[in-house]
Design a protein around this ligand. Structure first.
Ligand SMILES: [Zn+2]
Length: 214
């Protein structure tokens, strides 16, 4: 096993999509902290406390600076979510609370219908950031980001970032604005269609404590 990791806090290489300054590796990539085993255990307890069904996943280094450390698979958060893979536990917790306490209530209150599904483009992917001049290792490469594409409602409507971020319907625009604002309070990096063309069709939500909201 790769026992070196619990003893080195600054091991993993991370960059969000923002222009933040942070320590870099000799390869110019931004560094991030890996969660300790104690932090991950505490996070599991928190997920159980809020009634989330999940499966802890084994820690893996996957080459090219990519890894899945301290991750879970969310099995049931109360609302079906498509395409979720490995997620760092802290990301999984923030995502669950955002869906439950922001997206679902906003759908009901502002759009008058129940949220029945959240569509995502996934979580873990070993790749660099996209759409920026200086590509860096993506938060997805350490399973610390999720891309959210659309929301399905009980009345049959599908509200997508691509089609509805600039909706002609003021209620729909208000819904998008509200869940975006809420995401910025819960995630370190939030990227929307306002950030760049690469994000025209999804919200990038990353648990990196970066305070970067676009
Ligand atoms: Zn993303």
């Amino acid at each position: 096993m790769r026992r070196v990791f619990p003893f080195l806090l600054i091991v993993l290489l991370l960059a969000g999509c923002g222009g933040r300054s942070a320590p870099t590796t000799p390869h110019g990539r931004t560094m991030a902290y890996a969660p300790s085993k104690a932090e991950t255990r505490q996070c599991y307890a928190e997920l159980r406390r809020i009634g989330v069904a999940f499966t802890p996943l084994p820690d893996r280094n996957r080459g090219h600076s990519c890894s899945t450390i301290g991750t879970v698979r969310l099995d049931n958060i109360g609302v079906p979510v498509s395409n979720l893979g490995a997620m760092r536990c802290g990301l999984a917790e923030a995502f669950t609370e955002w869906v439950r306490n922001a997206v679902a209530p906003a759908a009901y209150q502002m759009l008058g219908s129940q949220l029945v599904k959240v569509e995502t483009y996934g979580t873990y992917a070993c790749r660099d950031t996209v759409g920026t001049a200086n590509a860096k290792l993506s938060g997805h490469a350490i399973a610390n980001a999720v891309d959210v594409a659309a929301f399905d409602l009980a009345d049959g409507r599908r509200i997508s970032v691509l089609d509805d971020w600039h909706s002609s319907d003021a209620q729909v625009r208000g819904f998008m604005a509200m869940i975006h604002t809420s995401a910025c309070k819960r995630f370190g990096t939030v990227l929307s269609p306002d950030y760049n063309y690469a994000h025209r069709n999804h919200f990038h939500l990353e648990d990196d404590h970066a305070d970067f909201c676009r």
